[in-house]
Design a protein around this ligand. Structure first.
Ligand SMILES: [Zn+2]
Length: 338
C-alpha cells in the first residue's frame, strides 16, 4: 500500500478562491511533543487554466523571493486569476527564520534533497510533499533564489540546457518573458536532489533565478523578482496583460570550472572588479590580504577565462577554496537547440 504524505494542509487545491494556510509538518521535539513546523502556503484558483508553482526560501538566507511572494499573496485575488497559482514564500521555513542556507533543525539543504522522504526529517518531508502532491498538479514552476549571505549576482533568470527540444523552447520563451537583465543557462556541476531536476524530468517548465544576495533585499533585485513573477504569470495567461519586458535579456552561461575564481589562501577578499564588469583572461579580479603577514607574497586572483563578472563574494572574510568571483560568457541561443 502506498502511504500518503505525513504533511497535512487544510487547503483544498481543487477549490476556486483564495486560500491561505500552512503545510503542517510533524516535528516532535523536547519542548513540543506533538509539535509541527507550519510552512505558509497559498492557493489562488479560478476556473480552468495552467497551474504555476511559485517558491522561494528554498535556501533560507535568500530573501528577495520571500518578500516578493509574500507581497504577491497579499495583493492577488482569485478574480485576477485564470487557472491556479500555488505559492510557498519560504519553502525551508526553519532555515528562513534562522537566516541560514540550510535548516537549523536537521541540516537539510532543500535543493539537494529531492524527491524527499515520507519518513524523513523535516526538510525531507517538505520536499516529499512538493514532489508527490504538488508537482503532479503543476505545469510551470518558478523557484526564486539569490546569492544569499555569501554571494551577490547580477539579477538573472536561470534555465538549464535541456535535451528535449520542445521543453527547451518553451522554457527559453518563458525565460525571455521573465525579463531579467541576464538569462543564465546552467550546466549544473552536481544536480542530484535539486527541485529543478525533479520538475524538468517530469517534462514541465522550470525556471529559477539568482537575483541579488549579500544577505539583503536590494531595490533593483526585488524589482526584477517581482516584475519577473508577474511576467511569468502573464506569459502563461494566468493573469491578464502582456509581460512588461524592459530591454533584451542578455543570454550568458557559466561554462566550466575555469569560470569560478576561488581563493588560494585564507584572508580578506579585496575585489578589483565589480558586478557587471567585463574581464579578460589573465586580468586580476582581486586579492586575498592576510593582515598577519604584511611582508608575505601578494595573493592576486587571476581570471582563467574571459567573461562578465556575474557573481562576487559578498563577505570580506574568506577561507581557502571559497568562490570569490563567477564569470559568465556570451551564449548563442542556437546552442539551446531552439
Ligand atoms: Zn539558493
Amino acid at each position: 500500500m502506498q502511504l500518503g504524505p505525513r504533511v497535512q494542509t487544510h487547503i483544498d487545491f481543487m477549490k476556486d478562491g483564495k486560500q491561505l494556510g500552512a503545510l503542517d509538518v510533524p516535528h516532535s521535539r523536547n519542548d513540543s511533543a506533538w509539535g509541527a513546523v507550519m510552512v505558509p502556503i497559498g492557493c489562488i484558483k479560478n476556473g480552468e487554466g495552467p497551474t504555476v508553482l511559485l517558491t522561494a526560501g528554498n535556501h533560507g538566507d535568500e530573501y528577495e523571493g520571500q518578500v516578493a511572494l509574500t507581497r504577491l499573496l497579499r495583493r492577488l485575488d482569485a478574480d485576477d486569476v485564470s487557472g491556479r497559482i500555488i505559492v510557498i514564500p519560504a519553502l525551508n521555513l526553519p532555515a528562513a527564520r534562522a537566516g541560514t542556507r540550510v535548516s537549523p533543525i536537521d541540516g537539510g539543504n532543500m535543493n539537494r534533497i529531492f524527491p524527499g522522504r515520507r519518513d524523513g526529517n523535516v526538510t525531507q518531508m517538505i520536499a516529499h510533499y512538493v514532489e508527490t502532491v504538488l508537482l503532479p498538479m503543476v505545469d510551470v514552476a518558478l523557484d526564486i533564489h539569490s546569492g544569499g549571505t555569501s554571494l551577490e549576482f547580477v539579477p538573472s533568470v536561470v534555465m538549464h540546457h535541456l535535451a528535449d527540444r520542445a521543453q527547451a523552447k518553451s522554457t527559453y520563451e518563458a525565460l525571455k518573458a521573465f525579463g531579467a537583465p541576464v538569462g543564465l543557462v546552467l550546466e549544473e556541476l552536481d544536480s542530484a536532489g535539486m527541485l529543478d531536476v525533479s520538475v524538468e524530468e517530469k517534462g514541465k517548465i522550470f525556471l529559477s533565478t539568482e537575483v541579488g544576495g549579500a544577505a539583503r533585499v536590494g531595490v533593483g533585485a526585488l524589482e526584477v523578482a517581482e516584475r519577473g513573477v508577474d511576467n511569468i504569470l502573464k506569459h502563461f495567461r494566468v493573469i491578464p496583460g502582456e509581460p512588461d519586458v524592459r530591454g533584451d535579456t542578455r543570454l550568458l552561461d557559466v561554462k566550466d570550472r575555469s569560470h569560478y575564481v576561488r581563493a588560494p589562501a585564507s584572508g580578506l577578499y579585496a575585489p578589483r572588479v565589480s558586478l557587471g564588469d567585463w574581464v579578460s583572461e589573465g586580468d586580476v579580479v582581486g586579492e586575498i590580504v592576510d593582515v598577519r603577514d604584511p611582508t608575505g607574497p601578494s595573493r592576486e586572483l587571476v581570471a582563467e577565462a574571459s567573461g562578465l563578472v556575474w557573481g562576487v563574494r559578498a563577505l570580506a572574510r574568506t577561507e581557502v577554496g571559497d568562490t570569490v568571483t563567477v564569470l559568465a560568457s556570451e551564449l548563442d541561443p542556437t546552442r539551446l537547440g531552439v
